[in-house]
Write a protein that binds this ligand. Structure first.
Ligand code: DAH
Length: 344
């Protein structure tokens, strides 16, 4: 007897055991095979011990490695068969022939993704590039670099979800402005930055504690309110068509001066006034303005040379207006009856 013959023998027993395992029809057959061949006093282990005791094996280490690899295959095969027998038994127990088959067809794309892509497309057309930022950032970028005072109410724990003393779930995508300016180091820039926002703000049908925005920032020489208005008009026309009305209102944001808010006529009442627009005929979709020189300076720009425009668009708001959706929560509940209307 030589080394090869012994290993050949144990290999052929292992192969046989695997065939037996695959033919086992239930748990009890499988258990018999286990006890007879695989258990520590089973045939395979006995063979292994005999081989290792045999004087004809010179290189014991290689022999053990080979035997172990045969055993591993047997164990793998055993586990796989055990799983499939258990699954088959479970299926039998739960079988209900009156149930319809699972319908796994793809139903649709969440409208917030459709709108996000559409907005990105529109701004690409105007020469904006995407700047990727995180949804978690430092308080410094979210508030301080945006000229939001240290005692501003938005910083309160009741309004912002803090992770620790410094890190928070971003309350807006404006934090991307500081990040982008830091990277561009005082040079012109033209970016949009999509992201998620989180706030304690969920008291009506168009607000939720989590939502999405797309931030826009353009810095160059001689940027003015006329440029901002032109960009927003193109956006509205491309998104809603020529006939939807938009209006700009004065507003206040610490990071822009002057600041504006843009409203779009309500899809539900065509601007007459209803529950959805709180009888105003319009729904707010974005905040914007001319970048506050203080923000430019804080972020490494010479405000005597450069000026900028910025905007933050609420993606869900746009989707609500575009598709006439009655409640912002529909976007997040993954209801197939809702999603199937949006094929992309
Ligand atoms: N960050 C503001 C918000 O979440 C939106 C906004 C307003 C963004 C004006 C801007 C801006 O860039 O210029 O309500």
């Amino acid at each position: 007897m030589n080394n090869d013959y012994l290993l050949q023998e144990i290999k052929s027993i292992s192969d046989d055991v695997q065939k037996k395992i695959l033919n086992a029809k239930d748990k009890s057959e499988l258990l018999d095979i286990y006890n007879k061949y695989i258990a520590s006093n089973g045939i395979l282990s006995q063979k292994k011990n005999n081989i290792l005791k045999s004087k004809s094996i010179v290189d014991k280490k290689t022999a053990i490695l080979k035997i172990n690899s045969f055993f591993d295959e047997v164990k793998k095969c055993f586990e796989a068969q055990k799983k499939s027998i258990i699954n088959a038994e479970l299926l039998k127990e739960n079988e209900d022939i009156s149930l319809p088959a699972f319908d796994l067809s793809v139903k649709g794309i969440n409208p917030i993704h459709l709108i996000r892509e559409k907005i990105i497309d529109i701004f690409f057309g105007m020469g904006f590039k995407i700047y990727h930022s995180n949804d978690i950032d430092d308080e410094y970028y979210n508030f301080t670099l945006m000229n939001i005072a240290s005692n501003h109410v938005s910083r309160d724990m009741e309004n912002t979800f803090y992770i620790d003393q410094k890190l928070l779930l971003c309350t807006h995508t404006s934090h991307a402005q500081g990040r982008a300016m830091e990277e561009t180091k005082g040079k012109p820039l033209k970016i949009i930055s999509p992201g998620k926002c989180f706030r304690k703000d969920d008291d009506d049908l168009t607000h939720s504690h989590q939502f999405m925005q797309i931030e826009g920032l353009m810095i160059d020489k001689n940027i003015n309110l006329g440029n901002l208005k032109a960009i927003l008009e193109i956006f509205v026309k491309k998104m809603f068509g020529e006939n939807r009305k938009m209006r700009l209102r004065n507003s206040f944001f610490p990071f822009t001066e002057p600041s504006i808010e843009m409203d779009i006529s309500c899809d539900n009442c065509c601007g007459v006034g209803c529950y959805k627009c709180k009888n105003t005929g319009y729904i707010e979709v974005l905040g914007a303005g001319i970048v506050n020189p203080k923000v430019l300076e804080m972020n490494g720009y010479n405000s005597k040379v450069y000026s900028g425009l910025a905007f933050g668009i609420g993606i869900e708001r746009i989707a609500i207006l575009k598709y006439g959706i009655d409640n912002i929560r529909r976007f997040y509940t993954n209801d197939i009856r809702f999603l199937k209307d949006f094929k992309g």
